[in-house]
Design a protein around this ligand. Structure first.
Ligand code: GDP
Length: 431
């Protein structure tokens, strides 16, 4: 099967610093043939010259990261690998500055998260302890809506492939994933060693005779895609609107839920304009219907270009998108020089909309690592903390509950050029 016939998935690699993300990813790219032997040999020679032979694998990734940070064009084939069924792209890691923004806006939504957890004594404990990123990244993946997770219990060579240690790591991480809402019976926990290539491309029963699950490549191949939400009401956040001679008004956007067909009556919110879909196009081809995931341009009669703009959302005339008077959400503060208090008014980015919103009430402070309520009605919430808050848009804005419309129910809070917080919407008060 060629690349073209395979479904495409975005993979994000997460986990605590030094737990082996780069090494594992480099090795995976090599094992699947995405990094050629010559490049690997060059990296190996360089690593040996530095007296750190194990770094050879990570070098592939380091070069990539560095070039990406510097904004250089890089060989895109480098981040891609194939399994039997899928064609994977490795996307930004959480440390990358645009990661959260890209995830929120759907520019690079991850379908699968690979959580790398070191089993090494002390390292595992640091990753799940205070300030550890193992739980924080897992929670972020949940909040940002990464549907599938694979856990690599890594550096098993360092603990002599001990089943007992594996179980300890699995129980703790699994318990946490369950507490934040992941279905852990669907998550593979693979004992790996990026250095020994244990259970990566093939199972290595000599090292882990006690392990009966899939190897990493199999697990990546066995990912089950969530069904396309075609049953839900149509939602198409608008990216751009054109007026084309001889055609008319053509909004462009991505179908998030539902189905669009010619002849349908649709309403744009908050513009509150209704028209009829005449034709739908994707990649210059006319479609008889558009489904979730399709990036379309559609000709709509009865609505003028000047009435619409980026941030509007199209939906069925009888089930139009929700315009919020206010909305309540779970918000995690990623970076803020001081703290968030009631009255704070940053810009909220949700789907294609950007609207100033005021923090109207801070209802609860939540422990970011466990999801437990730690304080009712706190005065402020700092970096690294989470809250339940009510926000009021200062201009009409479409926002939906995360549960019903995941892509329209999560948001980034931006201020001073930074993403200061991210959130998911739990409740909307409609206009
Ligand atoms: P990252 O920060 O998560 O990307 O971690 P790196 O991939 O840079 O790895 C951090 C250190 O752990 C490096 O010195 C690696 O050589 C080492 N390392 C990575 N994977 C393994 C493994 O499976 N076993 C052992 N023993 N060391 C590993």
């Amino acid at each position: 099967m060629s690349k073209k016939d395979k479904a495409h998935l975005n993979l994000v690699v997460i986990g605590h610093v030094d737990h082996g993300k780069s090494t594992m990813t480099g090795r995976l790219l090599y094992e699947t043939g995405a990094v050629d032997e010559r490049t690997y040999q060059a990296n190996k020679a360089e690593a040996e010259r530095l007296g750190r032979p194990s770094w050879a694998w990570a070098f592939a990734l380091d070069r990539l990261k560095e070039e990406r940070e510097r904004g250089l064009t890089i060989d895109i084939a480098f981040f891609k690998f194939l399994t039997d069924k899928y064609y994977y792209t490795i996307i930004d890691a959480p440390g990358h500055k645009d990661f959260i923004k890209n995830m929120i806006t759907g520019a690079s939504q991850a379908d699968v998260g690979m959580l790398v957890v070191s089993a090494k004594k002390g390292e595992f404990e640091a990753g799940v302890g205070p300030g550890g990123q193992t739980k924080e990244h897992a929670y972020l993946a949940m909040t940002l809506g990464v549907p599938s997770l694979i856990v690599c219990v890594n550096k098993m060579d360092d603990v002599k492939y001990s089943e007992e240690r594996y179980k300890e790591v699995k129980d703790e991480v699994g318990g946490f994933l369950k507490s934040i809402g992941y279905k852990i019976d669907q998550i593979p926990f693979i004992p790996t060693s990026a250095l020994d290539a244990a259970n990566l491309k093939v199972l290595t029963p000599k090292l882990t005779p006690w392990y009966k699950g899939p190897c990493l490549l199999e697990a990546l191949d066995q990912v089950v895609l969530p069904p396309k939400p075609t049953e839900k009401p149509l939602r198409v956040p608008i990216n751009d609107v054109y007026s084309i001679k001889g055609v008319g008004t053509v909004p462009v956007g991505r179908v998030e839920t539902g189905i669009m067909k010619p002849g349908m009556k649709i309403t744009f919110m908050p513009a509150d304009k209704t028209g009829e879909v005449k034709t739908i196009e994707m990649h210059h081809e006319e479609l008889s219907q558009a489904v979730p995931g399709d990036n379309i341009g559609f000709n709509v009669r009865g609505v003028e270009r000047k009435d619409l703009g980026r941030g509007d959302v199209a939906g069925p005339a009888d089930k139009p998108p929700t315009v919020a008077i206010d909305f309540t959400g779970q918000v995690m503060v990623i970076q803020h020089p001081t703290a968030i208090t009631v009255g704070y008014t940053p810009v909220v980015h949700a789907h294609t909309a950007q609207v100033a919103c005021r923090f109207d009430e801070i209802l609860q402070k939540i422990d970011q690592r466990s999801g437990q309520v730690i304080q009712e009605k706190p005065d402020f919430v700092k970096k690294g903390e989470s809250m339940v808050a009510k926000l009021v848009p200062l201009k009409p804005m479409v926002i939906e509950s995360y549960k019903e419309f995941p892509q329209l129910g999560r948001f980034a809070v931006r201020d001073m050029g930074l993403t200061v917080a991210v959130g998911i919407v739990t409740k909307v008060t409609p206009r």
